[in-house]
Design a protein. Structure first.
Length: 291
């Protein structure tokens, strides 16, 4: 079994992006600038946003972290979004999810200028993706494509099964794997919690992408021997042996599936790192005006 190592892949792409940023600046342009809006102090969100700031530093980009209180009104948050939309010194920004319950995430997403929506969540960018037009690809599916490309995973003509239909991962992933591109040109089945006989559908997969948000949901008996398995899930599981009282695990039973799959991503250290790299790539794209 070959481990699809997010650390190795992310390092390779960061080196490439850093060179492209150097060339961009050498031509007289300012460094690409990414901002992250963090509402509240959710530990996972704080860690993730801090990672994005570090990523920007590593590739020569400018980053800004905008911290807002958890009790900020939706009106005030939308005002901040409008301010960032109008900032000509800013190429792209993200509003870190999840947001507090009193704020409507869809309203905030719709308020972001599509040209600065480097998360790729705005309906205009999703529509352009579906039509295979130049746009920002959603960061996690984009990162998965980068990983498949880095490890030379053949996708043309393969049967890809996606487990989970979220707007952030599952649905866009199914579109990208089916598009006329490389990686792509796969025959795709999009499954979810209401799929009848999910195990049989999974067993048909040459490439199985698990993004259902349930710890160890995909077991060895659901995986065709030799399949490529991409684990998108990040779940907290209670573990009294750990100092923090829990451990992180994916949607895939790693130990069991590793004995069956030809390729498998770890959790942590897999897709999550590539999500961050995809955000860097989208920010560089924004700076170049390629959306």
């Amino acid at each position: 079994m070959t481990l699809l190592d997010g650390k190795v892949t992310a390092r390779a792409y960061k080196e490439k992006i850093a060179l492209e940023v150097q060339e961009w600046v050498a031509r007289g342009n300012r460094p690409p600038h990414l901002a992250a809006v963090l509402v509240g102090d959710n530990p996972a969100s704080v860690a993730y946003v801090n990672g994005k700031v570090k990523d920007c530093e590593q590739v020569g980009m400018k980053s800004s972290l905008i911290k807002l209180p958890s009790d900020i009104s939706q009106e005030d948050l939308l005002a901040k979004v409008a301010e960032l939309n109008a900032d000509e010194g800013l190429d792209g920004f993200i509003v870190q999810l999840p947001l507090p319950n009193h704020i409507d995430e869809k309203t905030v997403t719709l308020a972001i200028d599509p040209k600065k929506d480097v998360d790729g969540f705005h309906p205009e960018n999703v529509g352009r993706m579906a039509l295979n037009l130049p746009t920002y690809l959603p960061a996690t599916p984009h990162g998965i494509l980068m990983m498949l490309e880095h490890y030379n995973i053949e996708t043309i003509g393969k049967h890809c099964v996606v487990v989970g239909r979220s707007n952030i991962v599952g649905s866009p992933m199914s579109i990208l794997m089916a598009r006329n591109a490389n990686p792509g040109n796969a025959t795709v089945t999009l499954t979810h919690s209401r799929t009848v006989d999910l195990k049989t559908e999974c067993l048909r997969a040459d490439i199985l992408i698990a993004a259902i948000g349930k710890a160890n949901f995909i077991t060895a008996d659901m995986v065709k021997p030799g399949a490529v398995v991409i684990d998108v899930g990040i779940n907290r599981v209670d573990d009294a042996s750990r100092e923090r009282g829990y451990r992180l695990t994916g949607d895939v039973d790693f130990d069991g599936v590793s004995a069956v799959a030809s390729h498998l991503t770890p959790v942590p250290g897999g897709v999550g790192l590539m999500t961050r790299v995809a955000l860097l790539q989208n920010t560089l794209q924004a700076a170049r005006g390629e959306n």
